[in-house]
Design a protein around this ligand. Structure first.
Ligand code: GLA
Length: 729
């Protein structure tokens, strides 16, 4: 396992437990992509680079650069010199033209993995990860491009990133710097992506690749509700258990491009990186630019293994929070309970009732600061509203603590309301194009976080509040997308840097927060789940999945989210009924069972719900805590999908040692004259026996996996059940 270089073959080889990745060098020094897939027993060869084939058939000409490069499978295509497929690097030089030709110069193999300055990035101990750095250079520009590959053998993950350094004399402009490229032959590949909208984020979409380019992307300044920085190419037969999967996910929270391109010769190019729209980075002599990290995995055992690779990798090598495996408090959030209409008395009322029900934390959402009684003012004025809190914030927090609950608070630090003291003092702190009236969205503007003084101010506001009272949790929200991209501070030459500098500002603020308040439980959020991405997971162990807490809507949202991200990261709450977004009524138990697949909490006015529902909460809290360690560490298996036209949804979490498994079954719509349904468990030990909790029944592990467990027929829509199997022999 690990990384080797075979000099005689000019071949780099990276091995993980189940995969091999091969990189070959052409005689000119082009860095070619030879192979990524199932682990090879043979040493590997570079014949797949097809260097002896004529560029056009039946042409008599030998290799010519342009046609050769347009066919050559490459690790990192630079634009302008003959590869007409999607480029990863576009460099404009002082003469104004774009062109770059990268040739291999040197390599290094390191134990461990260096961090990426200013950016979120995966990490690992020496012994867990090795890194290959391929140094390439464009001779004319004297541009050094370092391609980094970090091999996490245990989780079948290879991460990639790129650093570009100007070693020459010219002032260069980087107009595109992607992070990863994967060339391969087409095998009727299909493209699987996550798409949606506000309140229906990350629905799974799959379809055949067509000739040309197919993309998912964001130019909104965030990873977005609509499209997701994730792309998988799968063979047609791919299911949860079978078929091949190539997947890429981007450790970045801003603009992105993820693309598959099917070319004239039946090749596929898969690329991922920062979107080139609105991007132009100045690279002066001596400067370097670091592109964010892309995470790659390959599975020959279907989507399920891809999912478990990502889950294990993110839990082990990206999420840093001490809360990751700790007991997470069951919280109650007042947003859907009160919206802006609350004061300290109302919150204390909720806290007292919540305490009786066993809930452990009160989160005060939007509306506690400035004069914010609606979403039309005060962002930026992070001082407590003294009309709502006559005795101040500390008094409220202390009273909530006395009741026996921890206290959490909502912020939206990246924003500025036109109606705010901050805006009146610093109108130039808003992102806007000089001379143009900027567009408002939710009656707000976005702070120009490319400016140090703005980052310092916005971070300082959050830190001051956290220092003023014992606050255990922060919900960090971001409720509008960016447009009118202009900064009063960046010069004419540098406006194209704003979108990325904005993200660097956000990351700096969150880094400072988790450093200064290491015990804080941070939950990221963006109008629901518009910034649910690996970049954010580096700072917060949980992210609010969606503003939609309807249990049925959540089935699809959480299925798509859990395709990549661990269950322990998915912010999920029991909501009110009828649901505030779709108006649906679902049973209280079902709402809890669905939310237990995530971080669990309540988003309703506990003082107003029916007594019989309130009476159920203590048992739900207890149940959540009982299963939480399993959900936090176990292997996730998708057993059936409502989104895939089944009348029910079903998922399982099995302990890694096969000692227990929890199955959640949700019948979406009842069907007439229907017998029990077999669900086939996974991840158990064939020769062990399992008792079904709450019954006398004992089953063989092989029975549960191969014969199936029969879920009894039920009447009623939206009904659910948990089944906990525990190994007894
Ligand atoms: C966003 C969040 C909600 C809530 C509101 C408050 O929409 O996703 O949970 O915090 O903002 O304005």
């Amino acid at each position: 396992m690990g990384i080797t270089y075979m000099d005689a073959k000019k071949l780099f080889r990276m091995d993980t437990r189940r995969t091999t990745y091969l990189i070959g060098l052409s005689p000119e020094g082009y860095v070619g992509h030879v192979y990524y897939g199932r682990r090879l027993k043979s040493e590997g060869n570079s014949y797949l680079l097809r260097m002896d084939e004529r560029p056009f058939t039946p042409s008599v000409l030998e290799r010519e650069k342009a046609s050769f490069l347009d066919f050559f499978p490459t690790e990192y295509p630079a634009g302008g010199v003959g590869d007409y497929r999607e480029s990863c690097l576009d460099v404009r030089c002082e003469s104004g033209s774009i062109g770059c030709e990268l040739q291999f110069e040197d390599y290094r193999i390191l134990r461990g993995k260096p961090g990426l300055p200013g950016l979120p990035a995966s990490f690992g101990q020496e012994g867990e990860v090795e890194t290959l750095e391929l140094v390439c250079r464009d001779a004319l520009l004297n541009l050094k491009v370092t391609l980094s590959y970090s091999v996490f053998a245990d989780t079948d993950i290879i991460t990639r990133s790129v650093q570009v350094e100007n070693c020459g004399e010219q002032h260069l402009k980087l107009e595109k710097v992607y992070s990863a490229c994967l060339d391969m032959d087409n095998r009727d590949l299909e493209m699987l992506t996550l798409v949606g909208s506000w309140a229906r984020e990350r629905h799974i979409q799959r379809g055949g690749l067509r000739f040309g380019k197919q993309t998912v992307s964001s130019v909104k300044g965030e990873s977005s509700h609509q499209e997701h920085p994730f792309l998988a190419l799968v063979t047609p037969e791919a299911t949860q258990e079978t078929g091949e999967v190539y997947a890429m996910n981007f450790v970045y929270s801003g603009n992105f491009m993820a693309q598959a391109e099917l070319t004239q010769f039946g090749q596929v190019r898969m690329t991922m990186g920062i979107h080139s729209d609105q991007f132009c980075w100045n690279l002066r002599p001596g400067e370097s630019f670091q592109a964010p990290e892309a995470v790659l995995t390959y599975s020959a055992e279907g989507l399920g293994l891809m999912t478990r690779n990502f889950h294990d990798f993110y839990r082990g090598h990206l999420i840093r929070s001490p809360h990751q495996y700790a007991k997470r408090p069951v919280l109650i959030n007042n947003w859907e309970a009160t919206y802006f209409d609350f004061d300290s008395e109302k919150l204390l009322e909720i806290a007292r009732e919540a305490k009786k029900a066993g809930i452990e934390m009160l989160v005060m959402d939007d509306g506690w600061f400035g004069k914010r009684n609606l979403d039309d003012s005060s962002l930026g004025d992070w001082t407590v509203n003294e009309e709502k809190f006559t005795s101040g914030l500390l008094d409220l927090v202390e009273k909530v603590n006395e009741i026996g609950l921890q206290f959490g608070i909502w912020f939206e630090p990246e924003m500025i309301s036109p109606d705010s003291d901050l805006y009146r003092a610093h109108p130039d702190w808003a992102i806007r194009i000089a001379g143009r009236t900027p567009s408002q969205s939710r009656a707000q503007y976005v702070l120009d976080l490319s400016r140090k003084e703005v980052v310092d101010y916005a971070y300082g506001c959050v830190a001051d509040i956290l220092h003023s009272a014992p606050i255990a949790y922060v919900k960090w929200d971001m409720n509008r997308q960016l447009c009118d991209i202009g900064s009063a501070c960046l010069g004419r030459e540098s406006q194209g840097e704003l979108m990325h500098r904005y993200m660097l500002g956000v990351y700096e603020m969150q880094e400072r927060l988790v450093t200064e308040f290491p015990e804080l439980l941070l939950e990221n959020c963006s109008g629901g789940g518009a910034r649910f991405d690996p970049g954010m997971l580096y700072y917060s162990p949980q992210i609010w999945c969606s503003d939609n807490v309807d249990a049925m809507e959540r089935l699809r949202i959480q299925e798509g989210t859990a395709l990549i991200y661990p269950l322990s990261t998915m912010g999920a709450h029991v909501g009110d009924c009828p649901n505030h977004i779709v108006g649906r009524n679902t049973p209280f138990d079902t709402r809890a069972h669905v939310a237990m697949a995530g971080t669990f909490g309540y988003e309703l006015d506990i003082t107003k719900i029916a007594e019989e529902e309130r009476a159920k909460i203590p048992a739900q809290v207890e149940e959540y805590h009982r299963y939480q360690p399993l959900m936090q560490r176990g292997d996730y298996y998708r057993l059936a999908s409502w989104s895939d036209r089944k009348p029910y949804d079903c998922w399982e979490v099995a302990a890694k040692d096969g000692s227990e498994a929890l199955v959640t079954f949700v019948q979406v719509l009842a069907e007439p004259n229907m017998h029990s349904r077999a669900v086939f468990l996974r991840g158990l030990q064939e020769d062990a026996e399992y008792a079904l909790e709450g019954t006398e029944n004992v089953y063989g592990g092989d029975e549960l996996m191969y014969c199936g467990y029969l879920v009894p027929s039920k009447q009623g829509d939206f009904v659910s059940r948990l089944y906990h199997f525990v190994r007894v022999r």
